[in-house]
Design a binder for this molecule. Structure first.
Ligand SMILES: C[S@@+](CC[C@H](N)C(=O)[O-])C[C@H]1O[C@@H](n2cnc3c(N)ncnc32)[C@H](O)[C@@H]1O
Length: 298
């Protein structure tokens, strides 16, 4: 089987209706289509001349809620008529949450310690920090190990921190030294902009590695305000909806994106070395399920 002819995009602009066939490998049918073998569901993606990449992404969802995935040029597997889940990065990196979802995926504590130990090590003991999307507090509690004061808030009430929508009601300009969070992915760009206004010294955002991509984010953030550091986890950081799970796995890559107010120069790329085992602590994974959010913020 040949690989897709165009790296990073489907041959002939094909897209696949994945939720119509839940276990369907996203790329294999298209790759097969390129070989003239495929008979599975696909259709050409129509690009509208007046579309921004984000508008097009929204339009691409049909009224029936079918979420198209574009082909990343990697092979999946179909054998003997049965389909196997494609665990390629290109496919797994596209977690689709409903537009009104709080995107409640708590951060395993070791991943926050990795930021503090490997990416921004130094003296923060006398500094203040804001975690503006704290959820049940799994990141904020770790930050308290490193900062003099950590403020925590979330648009939803998890019984931890203040209930406050960071996009609608960000904290006052220059109120804290650092803003550190794992924001909802669909609002991550807004969170970066708000955080850069609020923080005096730096901003650290944990996001999927693919946050680095897209023309929209290039124009919205990276062209004018590139991060000082891009720190890629070499280990996976498994995140599960609504709880921490020490045994969870994922095919999605994560990185810390760090802006330093005093930084002047090109971004620095670094790899966060294997550190999960060294940075996990007893009690990091509560036995019961997390308290889920109780109500929306007004
Ligand atoms: C990926 S979870 C991360 C939770 C926590 N930061 C952590 O790392 O464990 C995203 C969080 O953002 C919160 N959230 C969603 N929209 C928000 C908004 N507009 N303002 C503040 N928090 C928001 C969700 O309720 C959820 O707790």
């Amino acid at each position: 089987m040949r690989r897709c002819a165009l790296p990073g995009s489907c041959p002939a602009g094909f897209r696949i209706l994945v939720s119509a066939l839940p276990a369907l490998s996203a790329c294999a049918p298209v790759c097969r289509a390129a070989d003239g073998v495929s008979s599975v569901l696909f259709r050409p993606a129509m690009r509208r001349a007046d579309s921004s990449p984000r508008q097009e992404e929204r339009r691409a969802r049909s009224p029936a809620g079918l979420a198209p995935l574009s082909c990343g040029g990697q092979q999946g597997a179909i054998s003997g008529g049965a389909t196997m889940q494609n665990t390629s990065h290109a496919v797994m990196a596209q977690r689709v949450e409903p537009a009104d979802s709080p995107d409640d995926f708590p951060t395993p504590p070791w991943a926050t310690r990795a930021l503090m130990e490997h990416v921004i090590p130094g003296e923060t003991r006398a500094m203040t920090c804001l975690e503006p999307a704290c959820g049940a507090g799994h990141m904020a509690r770790v930050l308290r190990e490193y900062f003099a004061e950590v403020r925590a808030a979330d648009a939803h009430d998890y019984g931890f921190g203040e209930v406050r929508d960071f996009v609608v009601h960000p904290v006052e300009v220059g109120q804290v030294d650092w803003v550190i969070t794992n924001p909802p992915f669909r609002l991550a760009e807004e969170f970066v902009s708000r955080s850069l206004q609020v923080a005096r010294r730096g901003v650290a955002i944990l996001a999927r590695t693919v946050f680095l991509e897209s023309a929209g984010r290039y124009h919205g953030i990276f062209r004018e305000r590139p991060p000082a550091r891009f720190a890629q986890f070499v280990e996976r950081v498994p995140m599960v909806k609504g709880r921490l799970d020490a045994k969870a796995t994922t095919a999605t890559g994560y990185a810390w994106f760090v802006w330093l107010k005093e930084h002047d120069g090109p971004p620095r790329l670094q790899w966060i070395p294997p550190c999960r085992r060294a940075l996990e602590r007893p009690g990091d994974y509560p036995a019961g399920p997390d308290r889920r959010y109780r109500s929306s913020a007004s």
